[in-house]
Ligand binder design. Structure first.
Ligand code: PLP
Length: 388
């Protein structure tokens, strides 16, 4: 079939391919430990589930405004503003089914064919896909393992120029868990202002942070709110991946254009899901803290376990639920290594190269699985890698 040029580059996400291979092995009786899919293993908190069910029973199953119910946009403006030290109004908030529409549509609204877009590599695969659909030129900037997997700022400064329309940031990051330090954000902000670029700051993991680390938003730096799109959502913090609820915060004029794109694509986000979102933000937050403490315990187990394996080195990330160990010393491609670990150890992980060429030599492991599973996975990995 001859598909339109703008779609010919699209690929499935690697995680789903690995999941399919792992499930094929499970069907033949093997027990596989899944460290490949990036979603919380906890159920959505009970108060949020109840709010969604009650809303359905009350008939809140109709269309809403395309940019979301005012009651939800109000609590998002207040909560997201408070957490970032910003004063926001609900008209700057666009609610969507998941965070992804607020990645995809602002890019379609802003990027002309031929515009350059800087994005992190290794990075979330959707970034490159959405840039290409818009006809933009993807300009990858490597992340540096030795600098919390923040941008290589020397490369960034060489690449940013007057043709750069947008700079995409993701802190804490998928796939590395790295957090961009404030001094780096300050340098990026200076460049964005000098070259009159937009910044898209994907902050979906902003609440999944350890060691009391501070995760500043570039939007909080002077002069940046008016050129930044903050992307956030409920999927990771409140274990709501399948509910599909997220939001973007952006200048009102851009919010109006993104709203038009939502109007003519998804229409709106499910009404009862938005009601559950109000409960997530206004209900008790202690359960979020409890989950974060458990993630931190798991992070320490997996990082210590990986660093104890000869040949593997692993940074201790300050956010998200991913680790990105360096496996270069084994001399395998990361894809061959991921296949080998599935076959030999029964542990499903993703090759770093699924996140771009600068992910080569690394693996991505997700620790949103039980503590016992993680300990078992570490034993199996140690055994499998010992014999290489
Ligand atoms: N941004 C990043 C960095 C992600 O890792 C993900 C999901 O894995 C998303 C955005 C999408 O979130 P949602 O499922 O809410 O659309």
């Amino acid at each position: 079939m001859n598909f339109a040029h703008r779609t010919q580059h699209l690929q499935p996400e690697g995680a789903y391919q690995v999941l399919a291979n792992a499930q094929a092995q499970e069907a033949s009786g093997r027990q596989i430990i899944h460290l490949e899919i990036g979603q919380p293993d906890f159920d959505t908190f009970a108060n949020i589930r109840q709010a969604g069910i009650k809303a359905i029973n009350e008939g809140l199953t109709r269309y809403t405004p395309p940019n979301g119910m005012l009651s939800l946009r109000e609590v998002i403006a207040e909560d997201a503003g408070k957490r970032r030290g910003l004063t926001l109004n609900p008209n700057q908030v666009v609610v969507g089914p998941g965070a992804k529409p607020n990645l995809f549509f602002p890019v379609q609204a802003l990027v002309e064919p031929g515009d350059e877009v800087i994005y992190p590599n290794p990075g979330f695969p959707t970034y490159e896909a959405m840039i290409r659909v818009a006809g933009g030129i993807p300009v990858p900037v490597p992340l540096l393992e030795d600098n919390c997997f923040s941008f290589d700022l020397d490369v960034f400064k060489r690449l940013v120029n007057d043709r750069t329309k947008l700079i995409i940031l993701n802190s804490p990051s998928n796939p590395t868990g790295g957090v961009i330090p404030k001094p780096d954000l300050e340098q990026i902000a200076v460049a964005a202002q000098r070259h009159n670029c937009w910044v898209m700051s994907d902050e979906i993991y902003a609440r999944i942070v350890y060691d009391n680390a501070s995760v500043p938003s570039i939007a909080s730096l002077p002069g940046m709110l008016e050129r930044t799109i903050i992307v956030d959502g409920f999927s990771k913090t409140y274990a709501m991946t399948g509910w599909r609820l997220g939001f973007g915060i952006m200048p009102e004029k851009l919010a109006n254009m993104v709203t038009l794109l939502l109007t003519h694509s998804v229409g709106c986000t499910a009404q009862f899901v938005q009601v559950a979102g109000v409960e997530a933000l206004t209900g008790p937050q202690e359960q979020v803290d409890r989950v974060m403490a458990e993630y931190q315990r798991r992070r320490d187990t997996i990082v210590d376990g990986l660093n104890a394996i000869p040949g593997v080195t692993c940074q201790r990330p300050q956010g998200a639920f991913y680790v990105f160990p360096n496996i270069k010393s084994f001399g395998f491609t990361s894809s061959a290594m991921a296949d080998l670990l599935l076959d030999k150890a029964g542990v499903a992980v993703l090759p770093g190269s699924d996140f771009g060429e600068h992910g080569e030599g690394y693996l991505r492991l997700v620790y949103s699985t039980s503590f016992e599973n993680l300990q078992l996975a570490m034993d199996r990995l140690r055994q499998a890698l010992k014999s290489l």
